[in-house]
Design a protein around this ligand. Structure first.
Ligand code: NAP
Ligand code: F7E
Length: 362
């Protein structure tokens, strides 16, 4: 039985990858961090599985990494842990650098110090943000990098240190340069999930308006569940190499918004420009989407489109298993159900309070 260690197992990708590797028969280990609140909802359904194990470790703490890696001696490590929010990286640049850049070095050194350099394969979660202020469209493995945020600069170090250890020590370590991938488990402050949740809340009368930043930003959005398969394929490859993982299709934030609202039965029309642009419900004339400069970034990446030819050719990966339309529908349907369940539980609580007041329930 192969064993894998996933750092960042509580995140969107970590939870899907854990499910994928368990299905493949792996012994799956994941690192978690101490938190005053429980953030393990994405993996709660896996706890109790006989091949699923959790360990405390932090990418900022070498000793914890050496201890966990030395104890498990994994065949594969998937380094998914990161401060992954680009806008937050402008507010917490030093923390982002420590986790997203030096953290990668700490993993590599822990593997070496535990004597696993020849046996343990390492996947590094690199990102399309490396292309940043893009120098070419679409972007492939050959496109020059131009990072455009503290997050991207930190991830650039991660990318290069992986390459360095591959060449210097002959280690099997690779980067997946993944373009944006989303799902019903996406963090609620990333733009896609923020939109699908708002569409569901607005439809069900729980929110009046959605405030967004740059509506014209272009992204190549795929489905996270399809992308974790690629992480695994990269480590099963004969040679350690880096791969671009993307769909090869591009949409704007505005288009994502229109399709998400369409899925809840609201047709949005955008009028105006820049900070004055508004998304209006065609049926009622109500303004449902407005621009807020709070969501502008000091530097923003606005034109990402990946070329997944190498992954298709060499890994046999299908980049369009889930279409853009299906992805938006999956996310909207899940958020419609989530909001409806929250409303139902509020209704039950309100009824119970009324029954208690009237003495119907004692
Ligand atoms: P995510 O949902 O934000 O998950 C990040 C994970 O990292 C969480 O489990 C988090 O733990 C953990 N983490 C954060 N700081 C840590 C630290 N100091 N030590 C240990 N763990 C730490 O991110 P994701 O969307 O799944 O992305 C996974 C990886 O792929 C990240 O490295 C991200 O930068 C990269 N990436 C993502 C995309 C995308 O579109 N999703 C694209 C390209 C690359 P807590 O739950 O305790 O916070
Ligand atoms: O922004 C614009 C924003 O935060 C996408 C991470 O997983 O993917 C993710 O980073 C675009 C940007 O993702 C809002 O300005 C407009 O241009 O959803 P996002 P991201 O920055 O692309 C990459 C590949 C990663 O590696 C990262 O870890 O949408 N935008 N209005 C907005 N963005 C947010 N968050 N919120 C808004 O209100």
């Amino acid at each position: 039985m192969k064993s894998a260690l996933i750092t960042g197992i509580t995140g969107q990708d970590g939870s899907f990858l854990a499910e994928f590797l368990l299905e493949k028969g792996y012994d799956v280990h994941g690192t978690i961090r101490r938190s005053s609140v429980d953030f393990r909802e994405r993996i709660a359904h896996l706890e109790g599985h006989s091949r699923f194990h959790l360990h405390y470790a932090d990418l900022g703490d070498s000793m914890s990494l050496i201890q966990v890696i030395g104890k498990i001696r994994p065949d594969e490590i998937y380094n998914l842990a990161a401060q992954s929010h680009v806008q937050v990286s402008f507010d917490a640049p030093e923390f982002t650098a420590d986790v997203d850049a030096t953290g990668v070095l700490r993993i590599l050194e822990a593997v070496r110090q535990c004597g696993l350099a020849k046996t343990c394969r390492i996947y590094q979660a690199s990102t399309s943000e490396l292309y940043g202020k893009v120098e070419q469209v679409p972007q492939s493995e050959k496109t020059p990098f131009h990072p455009y945020s503290p997050y991207a600069v930190a991830k650039l170090y991660g990318y290069w240190i992986i390459k360095e250890y591959r060449e210097a020590y002959n280690m099997f370590c690779c980067s997946g340069i993944l373009f944006n991938h989303e799902s019903e488990r996406r963090g609620e402050t990333f733009v896609t999930r923020k939109i699908t949740l708002a569409a569901a809340r607005i439809k069900q009368g729980k929110q009046d308006k959605l405030y967004l930043g740059n509506l014209s930003s272009l992204r190549d959005w795929g489905y996270a569940k399809d992308y974790v398969e690629c992480m695994w394929l990269i480590l099963q490859n004969e040679k350690p190499e880096d791969f671009v993982i993307a769909t090869g299709e591009q949409h704007s934030v505005r288009e994502f918004c229109q399709l998400a609202f369409h899925n809840v039965g609201i047709e949005l029309e955008f009028k105006g420009e820049g900070a004055n642009e508004k998304g209006i419900d065609k049926a009622t004339g109500k303004v449902l989407v407005e621009v807020s400069s709070d969501f502008y970034r000091p530097t923003d990446v606005v034109n990402l489109l990946g070329d997944p030819s190498k992954a298709k050719r060499e890994l046999g990966w299908n980049p369009t298993k889930t279409s853009f339309e299906q992805l938006v529908k999956i996310m909207v349907d899940a958020d419609m159900a989530k909001v409806a369940a929250e409303r139902e539980s509020e209704r039950v609580k309100t009824n119970l309070a009324a029954y208690l007041e009237k003495g119907i329930v004692k």
